[in-house]
Write a protein that binds this ligand. Structure first.
Ligand code: F6R
Length: 606
């Protein structure tokens, strides 16, 4: 979603802010802007639609001084344009605000302000905040921000500058992340640690409902009501290179290639061969409590939801418990029944996705038991769930999820083994699965080494306008993920269907111009999938199959086979070629892979 960067200290803010914006630009955005209080005490502003490099071109040489704040915007209220880009200012150009989230009562506040003679310069909800803060009676900037925030409803992560009070940046959080970076007589502000890791590894995460006054020599946090809060700084442990593309052309490619190492980290210390089970320190549910669980519900959005579908399938297989995944974005709107004996698992790479967080809060409000499967340590969903499994996949910078999808499935498989071994899964079965998990990183490496074969397959798809992805059971979830990845980065219209459902309607769309990618594990459903292939061939539909090395490729137009794992873990391997397929189709279609249009990493609005 939108990105926030702020700096206060002795150095000029602009270069630091621009570098921070560059670090955030992979998250997806449509415009960027910067505000700095110059040595003269004047507030200087530059903003425009487009990339950070367009903004850079606008900056006059004399853009000197600090503090400063900068923003990358992902449009919610008002189209992407120069005038709607943040920061937004009051009429006197004294107060500047950058904001992530949505002010829900912005329209009503705007009407009131306009009636009082305020002229608006943008269509955004954020601008009301700048006018409200500027209109507060004299006093501290902190008091003005606090008073303004009492008047708004909605979500925000925001940072405010006031040219009349240049010794501080005031930041606040309610639903959108804000992190403070502690330097040597200088402080940083960001919506994501990626923007400040170059300067400091010492950070403080604000909680919802918290406000901070950030000065060059430190910070003070408090609740919106003014009660002081105590914060313990955390240390960012990832090396700077984890946030860099290195020699790779795209973050997406880098993160696909990182998967063997990422999976090793997800597995590290969690395979327990002595008891042929998985050891998961963070789940904080004793065996007798897990025995009381009779149902598992997994919630997530996008790829996280799809990983949850596979996880639910594995849990049902191994623990013999009813397990089901549901998009978190739908969950709370149907007034869900929350059951005492159900475990609700929230899956999220970022740990900040608004819809997933709102689902967790609804479950907790109704007394349900939650567990998080999250990548970003200390993120809101991780903290809200209170117990969970961290992926340890490393920072995922590309907008599209690749390594964290894989690691989420692996983490849920670990949980399924743990749950299964408490129930009826035999030690022999547990041992079989541990061995299969341990073999995954090398098997993923084997697939990655055959990338040129997938690049050739991509040629068959790159020139099409539409494609189907089909599979059965967990293979259907892999088809969903393959189609989603292709849509996101190549803009090719890809539709995922259960192979069994194809004949109930979508078969009407199969022509010689509409290829179908069939996910074809050598499992109990193989014959059924082969029948689906025949149905497509009879309509002259081209077929690419993703199959397994232990069987002869079926009579299709093109095939790629992956190594054999345990049947429960096959989806992990079947998905890797589909990630590369999406990447290469996008490359061949000349798409801007790390900046997919209209998309943002970490969707912190509803
Ligand atoms: C797809 C993708 C999105 C995310 C979704 C949830 O490639 O990245 O569909 O999976 O926005 O994000 P998290 O996992 O951060 O909750």
């Amino acid at each position: 979603m939108c990105g926030i960067v702020g700096y206060i200290g002795k150095r000029d803010a602009a270069p630091i802010l621009l570098e921070g914006l560059h670090r955030l630009e992979y998250r997806g955005y449509d415009s960027a802007g910067i505000a700095v209080i110059e040595h003269t005490g004047q507030l200087r502003l530059a903003k425009c639609k487009g990339r950070v490099r367009e903004l850079e071109k606008l900056l006059p040489r004399r853009f000197k001084g600090a503090p400063g704040i900068a923003h990358t915007r992902w449009a919610t209220h008002g189209e992407p344009s120069d005038r709607n880009a943040h920061p937004h200012c009051d009429g006197a150009n004294r107060v500047a605000v950058i904001h992530n989230g949505i002010i829900e009562n912005a329209a009503a506040l705007r009407t009131r302000l306009e009636a009082a003679g305020v002229a608006f310069c943008s269509d955004t909800d954020t601008e009301v905040l700048a006018h409200l803060i500027a209109a507060m009676p004299d006093g501290s900037l902190e008091a003005a921000v606090r008073a303004a925030l009492r008047m708004v409803t909605g979500t925000y992560g925001l940072a405010v500058l006031d040219a009349a009070r240049p010794d501080a940046i005031v930041v606040a959080r309610n639903g959108s992340p804000v992190v403070l970076g502690i330097g040597e007589r200088e402080m940083f502000v960001a919506s994501d640690p990626a923007a400040l890791v170059r300067h400091t590894r010492n950070v403080v995460y604000l909680d919802d409902g918290e406000l901070a006054v950030v000065r060059a020599d430190g910070f003070a946090t408090s609740t919106l009501d003014g009660g002081a809060t105590a914060k313990v700084p955390a240390t960012i442990t990832w090396a700077n290179e984890a946030y860099d593309k290195g020699d790779f052309a795209h973050f997406m490619k880098k993160e696909i290639v990182e998967q063997p190492e990422a999976v090793r980290r997800t597995l590290s210390g969690r395979l327990e061969p002595r008891f042929q089970t998985a050891h998961l320190g963070g789940i904080e549910l004793a065996a007798h409590e897990l025995l009381d669980i009779h149902r598992v519900k997994i919630l997530g959005c996008g790829s996280a939801y799809i990983a949850g579908c596979i996880g639910a399938h594995v849990i049902e297989q191994l623990a013999r418990l009813p397990a089901h995944a549901e998009p978190a974005s739908e969950f709370r709107y149907r007034n869900p029944v929350i059951e005492r004996d159900t475990l609700y698992i929230a899956v999220s790479q970022s740990g900040e996705t608004f819809d997933t967080l709102a689902a967790v809060q609804e479950i907790k409000r109704k007394g349900g038991r939650t567990l998080g499967v999250v990548n970003v340590v200390g993120s809101t969903i991780a903290r809200e769930c209170g117990r969970g499994i961290y992926l340890h996949a490393g920072p995922e910078v590309a907008v599209v999820s690749t390594k964290t999808f894989t690691c989420t499935v692996v983490a849920l498989a670990l949980f399924a083994i743990h749950l299964g071994r408490i129930r009826d899964l035999s030690p022999g079965q547990g041992g079989r699965l541990l061995a299969a998990l341990a073999a995954l990183p090398d098997q993923i490496d084997e697939i990655l080494a055959r990338e040129p074969e997938i690049a050739r397959l991509a040629q068959d798809l790159a020139c099409c306008d539409h494609a189907f992805f089909v599979g059965r059971s967990a293979g259907h979830a892999i088809a969903m993920e393959g189609a989603l990845k292709l849509k996101e980065v190549s803009y090719l219209h890809a539709e995922a269907y259960s192979a069994a459902e194809l004949k109930h309607g979508p078969l009407a769309l199969i022509t010689s111009q509409t290829p179908t990618v069939v996910v074809l594990p050598a499992d109990d459903l193989l014959q059924k999938n082969l029948s689906t292939i025949e149905e497509i061939r009879a309509r002259h539909g081209p077929i690419i199959s993703i199959t397994q090395a232990n069987r002869a490729p079926p009579a299709v137009d093109a095939a790629f086979s992956v190594p054999v794992s345990a049947p429960e873990l096959d989806p992990v391997l079947l998905n890797i070629p589909l990630q590369l397929l999406a990447y290469h189709v996008a490359l061949q279609r000349g798409c801007d892979i790390d900046h997919p249009r209209n998309l943002a990493k970490s969707v912190t609005v509803e």
